[in-house]
Every structure is written in structure tokens, then in C-alpha cells.
Design a protein. Structure first.
Length: 202
């Protein structure tokens, strides 16, 4: 499946948000401006369309999804009952790579995607190599024994032992379970899904 392979911090600076989750992200530094060697410190006032576009780009890049797939997700969400914006976020949240990240089994969605692609993730004891696969209520997610025994994973679990999981997930040791579908309040990131709906509805 296609994926973005360019510099990740450039996307963070473009959106003004630490999409990568790294503590060394440029946008965390004070006065970090848009991409470019001679970029201006400030950002120009945006039009209504520009604001909608930036929000769509931010969420798309946050979850590591390319344009065509993101558009398909929106179409899928618009055909379901309920709020289209919230349904879209639910689809994104239940992607397997995001679930691995939310379970603190990887320190970023990019790393979680790599785990899945390399065959290190099991869903209900079956290897799944598609990062965009969506989990369901009751699914059991864990890592392969090979990577679960690595020093990196052991260190990561020690560092995140006090980090609270989203209410829709349960975890014991390195085994995670989808207890329920995610709700809007489960998302920590600042996302305005209404702007995304307006962008696709114009």
C-alpha cells in the first residue's frame, strides 16, 4: 500500500502540529515557522477554504493516510448512520496501526505501521500485515514473540506503564483488547471534524 516516505518533520511544520509525536519535533521549539530555509515566522490569514483544507491535511497526515484512501474513508463514513465527522474519526482510530500506537506498543504510528508491515502483529492469534485493517469489538491484538522480547519493547513498556489508555481499549502485559468502539471524547488530539465535512461537502 502506498505511503508517504518524505521527511516527517516537514509535515509537522506545515501543519503547525507535532504529528509525529516526537519530543524533538521542530514545531515544539518556540517560534518554529513553516517549512523552508527562509520561511516567515508568521502564517498568513487563511480563507475559509484554506482552513478546511489545512484541517483535512492535518488529520490525514496525523494518521499516515494518503489522499485517495482518506477520501474513501470519508465516503464510507458519509454512508453510515450518525455524525459523518465522528464516524470518520472512528474509522481512522480503529486502523490496526493506530491501535498498536494507542496501546503503547509503538512510540509512533509510523513505527506501528512498520510492525504490521513486517508481520510482527497478531489479531486474534493470526498474523495481519495490512496496517489499514480495521479492528472490531472483541479483537485481541498483540505482538509476535520475536519483537515482544526485544529490549526496545521492554524499555517502552517501562516508560509508558503509567500512561492511561483510551477507554475503548484494554491491555494486560503486551496483549490488547478492543472493548468498545472509540467515542469522540476518546481522542486527545485537537481535531475539528466539522471542517473536514465542510471541505468535502462544498
Amino acid at each position: 500500500m502506498a505511503r508517504y516516505t518524505g521527511p516527517k518533520h516537514k509535515l509537522c511544520r506545515a501543519e503547525g502540529v507535532a504529528l509525529c509525536g516526537s519530543p524533538k519535533c521542530p514545531v515544539i521549539r518556540k517560534n518554529a515557522g513553516p517549512p523552508g530555509q527562509h520561511s516567515q515566522k508568521g502564517r498568513r490569514k487563511q480563507s475559509e477554504y484554506g482552513i478546511q483544507l489545512r484541517e483535512k491535511q492535518k488529520v490525514k497526515r496525523m494518521y499516515g493516510v494518503l489522499e485517495r484512501q482518506f477520501s474513501k474513508y470519508f465516503t464510507w463514513a458519509s454512508k453510515k448512520k450518525g455524525s459523518t465527522g465522528e464516524t470518520l474519526l472512528q474509522i481512522l482510530e480503529t486502523r490496526l496501526d493506530n491501535v498498536i500506537y494507542r496501546l503503547n506498543l509503538a512510540n509512533s504510528r509510523y513505527q506501528a505501521r512498520q510492525y504490521v508491515g513486517h508481520g510482527h502483529v497478531l489479531v486474534n492469534d493470526k498474523k495481519v500485515t495490512i496496517p489499514s485493517a480495521n479492528v472490531k469489538i472483541g479483537d485481541i491484538v498483540t505482538l509476535s514473540s520475536k519483537i515482544a522480547s526485544s529490549d526496545f519493547i521492554k524499555k517502552l513498556q517501562e516508560e509508558t506503564k503509567d500512561v492511561k489508555l483510551p477507554d475503548w481499549l484494554e491491555k494486560k502485559a503486551l496483549v490488547g483488547k478492543v472493548a468498545q468502539m472509540p467515542k469522540r471524547e476518546d481522542l486527545e488530539e485537537e481535531i475539528n471534524e466539522r471542517l473536514i465535512v465542510e471541505y468535502y461537502s462544498r
